[in-house]
Design a protein. Structure first.
Length: 469
């Protein structure tokens, strides 16, 4: 073929390649434009609900709709959140909040239906959600009931009754020691007493061990339900309805359960992974010997080490989460005890402290039950878990007695409830675990009579000891 023909053929091929490249480039550009247009459409569609909502809100403020909306008379709502009794000078202090939709003016205050002069700080006019302190000079007597009333300028009266007046505690050394003693007797000592069950449970058979694990689950379920009921009572009595604190209980409990479940799984997986890697390194030193002898291959020893490590780490993680869950619950319980002393709602006596002690001793049993079949358990680790579970009671009593906050009490009781329910889930999964490797392929959960009876007895024990409180 002549060189001119070759040149022409090459030029023709180059033109065809150029045309193909241009066509591909056009297709790519077309696809890019389509994707870009689609993204813009999705973004615009995402803003449509906000635009519609803005238009609806704008129309609600129109004069026509406002005339219909404001046709009724808004009712005032004043919540009396806390009442304190003081001496030197003798006075009653009511902490109030405007929980209604409009501004209110406080006209006067009364004690047992008798109007008394009162100072209102910072102002007698309360805007929505604002609070004030009503100081009533009044000579009160300890342990007597009092009803404090607040009346607005339109004649609406709101009241709160204290069953037994008690001097509000001051953060001095005497009160600090007093709440510390309560926390030790109610929290730390009972848990430590319960830890003494460890040698007894350790010597049990598998069925009896499952019985005590189920009993622990029953104890914890009762504690969790009790925390929710106590939170609900505080929400009804001491928190303004505008805060919708009962829904706050549900939200905090759910978040606590999910977060601690995630933390528990991560803690267990990390411990097992770390221990397994150490076991693998140890096993690798015997590889040369194992290659010459088939009686004990390294992978068999590794599997055995993994199984033994899981049998140790999983109960340890469960017990740690039990201690944390009970500690959070006891912190909320300490808040409630300190607040009850502050509000004069209970008169702490020797009998009441003994009742709390007996009631909370079962919490130590809940910690040691998962650990009973573990190996190489150090005493200091067991004592540390007892401190984690019991010491928060003292801290809660200090905070509840000196810095009472019903919302904070509700939040911590709800966190404790979520933590306890997470622990119950972990204990349930541990009790219902397969007995051997062959059973791991089975998906059917079987519950024996020991599990049912243990769970029922656990709840009955907590109910019976709770009657003493």
């Amino acid at each position: 073929m002549r060189s001119e023909d070759l040149r022409e053929k090459g030029e023709t091929m180059e033109e065809n390649y150029d045309d193909d490249d241009k066509n591909k480039e056009k297709e790519v550009n077309s696809l890019y434009k389509k994707c870009l247009h689609r993204k813009r459409t999705v973004i615009v569609a995402a803003f449509i609900p906000f635009i519609v909502l803005a238009v609806m809100i704008f129309l609600l403020f129109s004069p026509t709709l406002q005339s219909f909306i404001n046709s009724g008379v808004p009712l005032p709502e004043v919540a009396i959140e806390k009442i304190e009794f003081r001496q030197n000078p003798s006075q009653i202090i009511a902490f109030i909040r405007n929980a209604g939709p409009t501004e209110v003016n406080i006209a006067h205050a009364d004690v047992n239906d008798r109007i008394h002069a009162a100072a209102i700080e910072p102002s007698k006019t309360l805007s929505r959600l604002s609070d004030a302190k009503v100081i009533i000079p009044f000579s009160w007597n300890p342990a007597e009931p009092y009803e404090v009333g607040i009346t607005t300028d339109d004649g609406t009266r709101f009241s709160k009754t204290i069953e037994a007046a008690a001097l509000a505690p001051n953060p001095d050394s005497q009160q600090i020691v007093f709440f510390a003693v309560i926390g030790i007797y109610v929290g730390i000592i009972p848990v430590m007493i319960g830890l003494l069950w460890y040698p007894f449970i350790r010597s049990m058979s598998r069925n009896k061990y499952n019985f005590f694990l189920s009993l622990t689950a029953g104890l914890l379920v009762f504690l969790g339900i009790d925390a929710l009921i106590e939170s609900n009572e505080i929400a009804i009595v001491n928190v303004s309805p505008i805060f919708n604190s009962q829904m706050l209980i549900v939200i905090v409990t759910t978040i606590s359960f999910i977060a601690l479940l995630y933390a528990s799984e991560k803690l267990t997986q990390r411990a097992i992974k770390k221990s397994t890697s150490s076991a693998a390194e140890t096993t690798s030193t015997y590889t040369s010997y194992s290659n010459s002898s088939a009686t004990n291959p390294p992978y068999t020893r590794l599997q055995t080490n993994q199984r033994q490590m899981q049998e140790f780490v999983k109960p340890l993680a469960i017990s740690l989460m039990v201690a944390i869950g009970i500690g959070l619950h006891n912190f909320g319980e300490g808040l409630a005890i300190g607040a009850a002393v502050l509000l004069g709602e209970i008169a702490l006596s020797t009998f009441l402290i003994i009742g709390f002690t007996l009631h909370n001793t079962t919490e130590g049993l809940a910690i040691v039950a998962p650990l009973a079949k573990s190996r190489k358990l150090m005493l200091r680790r067991l004592v540390l878990m007892g401190i984690i579970a019991g010491a928060p009671t003292t801290a809660g009593a200090w905070i509840g007695g000196f810095l009472y906050s019903p919302v904070a009490t509700i939040i911590f009781l709800s966190i404790g409830a979520g933590a306890i329910f997470q622990v119950v889930y972990s204990i349930g999964s541990w009790v219902l675990r397969p007995n051997n490797d062959h059973d791991k392929n089975r998906r059917i959960i079987s519950v024996d009579i020991f599990t049912i009876v243990g769970f029922a007895i656990g709840m009955i024990i907590m109910y019976a000891t709770g009657l003493l409180v």
